[in-house]
Design a protein around this ligand. Structure first.
Ligand SMILES: Nc1ncnc2c1ncn2[C@@H]1O[C@H](COP(=O)(O)OP(=O)(O)OP(=O)(O)O)[C@@H](O)[C@H]1O
Ligand SMILES: [Mg+2]
Length: 138
C-alpha cells in the first residue's frame, strides 16, 4: 500500500495540496484526473519521492517498490510495452543486459561465465520482486 499522509505543497501563493490523505490499496487501479496544471504530475512526484512536500510524508509498505514513467509519451516509442515496464526496475534491467551480453559474446571466457552465473543468481532472487513491478504514467 502507498499512503499519502497530510501532504501539503505550495509554489509561492499557489497551494497545490493542503493536508491531502489518501491510501492506494493493492489490487486496485487508480487514475489521477484533473485540469492541466492542477498538480497531477507534482502529486505523483511526491509519491515517488522525487520532490519533498512542504508538510506530510509518504509511506510505502516495507518490501514493496515503486517505479514510474515520466510524462513523456514519446520516450518509449521504440520499446515494447513489456520492456518499458521492465525498465522501471533499473537494477533488474541492468542485470538482464549484462548476463545476456555475456551469453551473446562468442569470446566470453570462463570468468565471464562465472560472472553470468552470479548475475543469474541475483536475477533469480529478484523473482518475487518482479511480480511487484508497478508502473505509473504521469
Ligand atoms: N518546480 C515548480 N515551481 C513552481 N511551480 C511549479 C513547479 N512545478 C510545477 N509547478 C506548477 O504547479 C502546477 C501543477 O503542475 P503539474 O505539472 O503537477 O500539473 P499537471 O496536473 O500534471 O498538469 P498537466 O495536465 O499539464 O500534466 C502548475 O501550475 C505548474 O506550473
Ligand atoms: Mg502532468
Amino acid at each position: 500500500m502507498i499512503s499519502a499522509r497530510n501532504i501539503t505543497l505550495a509554489y509561492g501563493k499557489r497551494v497545490l495540496f493542503d493536508e491531502v490523505n489518501i491510501n492506494f490499496i493493492k489490487g486496485n487501479c487508480y487514475g489521477v484526473i484533473g485540469a492541466n496544471g492542477a498538480g497531477k504530475s507534482t502529486f505523483l512526484k511526491i509519491l515517488s519521492g522525487e520532490i519533498e512536500p512542504n508538510k506530510g510524508h509518504v509511506e510505502i509498505t516495507p518490501g514493496e517498490r515503486l517505479s514510474f514513467l515520466k510524462q513523456n509519451q514519446f520516450e518509449f516509442d521504440n520499446e515494447t510495452v513489456l520492456n518499458t515496464v521492465l525498465m522501471g526496475h533499473k537494477k533488474m534491467w541492468d542485470i538482464m543486459h549484462k548476463k545476456d551480453a555475456i551469453y551473446a559474446d562468442p569470446d566470453a571466457t570462463e570468468d565471464d561465465y562465472m560472472k553470468a552465473g552470479e548475475l543469474e543468481a541475483e536475477f533469480g532472487e529478484m523473482g518475487d520482486m518482479n511480480q511487484k513491478v508497478t508502473q505509473r504514467t504521469f
